[in-house]
Design a protein around this ligand. Structure first.
Ligand code: NAD
Length: 266
């Protein structure tokens, strides 16, 4: 049996993760956290996720929530994730991180923690998006130098970071393949920019609307033709089940930083 603790259990992904852990054989929920001061502390995690009583009380105390866990699954905020890493660093426990929106300094801290404990960190846990990274590298190799590359993403109105971590990861995959530095070639929105499109740039456009779960399109457009690699998520369960798969895979791994491509063996 693999013991799982879920942080941010009352969030959109937290609830999806509670359902995914509940529906997966061989997993046992042993802890679930909510934000410090949350009125939900003490309530049963299963009731929150609509799967009946699981006998696991929501708590703001990570010491209690992590005590019996083999793997923590964390989809919260960058600040909360770093606090969870501080807590886990000397315990030998493992963590699957889905949080996005880390600054460069925060990412450096995450990488440092992965020297001590096994960490899976992916901006997107869906199988389709993970596979699309390989398709994007292939497209970049064949068409990248002769195409204008633009990444368009859409998410629900509550999303706090932009562009999405997935869009940035897709941009990195394309830029790396073309030998470009995304920090130098990315263009985020074009308001105020005059003149024609600069060659070798990768453009990002963001849509925030309604309840869109997550859509990404990468456009390779040249004279006379256009290739679009598109992914649409229609349910958060795809991310939650991917994160659960990562937790199962992580059990057998030594300390290190892994991504979803490693989990899927791509
Ligand atoms: P959300 O706002 O619905 O949920 C975040 C939850 O974290 C909230 O319930 C909040 O109370 C809780 N939280 C904040 N600080 C906490 C703390 N110190 N302790 C415990 N809980 C705390 O957001 P969401 O839509 O569930 O997304 C969460 C994160 O996951 C975002 O960064 C989002 O971009 C990312 N995400 C990643 C993937 C992926 O596949 N990697 C998919 C979807 C969302």
């Amino acid at each position: 049996m693999l013991n799982i603790a879920i942080t941010g259990a009352s969030g959109r992904m937290g609830r999806a993760l509670l359902q995914a852990v509940h529906s997966t054989e061989g997993l046992s929920l042993v802890g679930a956290t909510v934000s410090p001061g949350s009125s939900l502390a003490g309530a049963d995690a299963g009731e929150l996720a609509g799967v009946g009583n699981l006998g696991v009380a929501l708590t703001a105390d990570v010491g209690i929530a992590f005590a019996d866990a083999d793997v923590v699954i964390d989809f919260t905020t960058p600040e909360a994730t770093l606090r969870h890493l501080d807590q886990l660093e000397n315990t030998g426990k493992r963590i699957v991180i889905g949080t996005t929106g880390f600054s460069g300094t925060q990412l450096a801290r995450l990488k440092q923690a992965s020297e001590a404990i096994p960490v899976v960190f992916a901006a997107n846990y869906s199988v389709g998006v993970t596979l699309s990274l390989q398709l994007l590298r292939m497209a970049a190799r064949v068409m990248g130098e002769s195409s204008d590359i633009e990444i368009i993403e859409a998410h629900h109105r509550h999303k706090v970071d932009a562009p999405s971590g997935t869009a940035l990861r897709m941009g990195e995959a394309v830029a790396e393949t073309l030998g470009r530095d995304l920090a130098k070639c990315a263009v985020y929105g074009r308001e105020g920019q005059e003149g024609p499109r600069a060659e070798d740039t990768i453009g990002f456009a963001t849509v925030r609307a309604g309840d869109i779960v997550g859509e990404h399109t990468v456009l390779f457009a040249s004279e006379g033709e256009r290739l679009e690699i598109k992914h649409k998520a229609s349910s958060r369960q795809t991310f939650a089940l991917g994160a659960v798969r990562a937790a199962q895979w992580l059990k057998g791994q030594p300390a290190g930083l892994y991504d979803m491509e490693a989990v899927l063996g791509l």
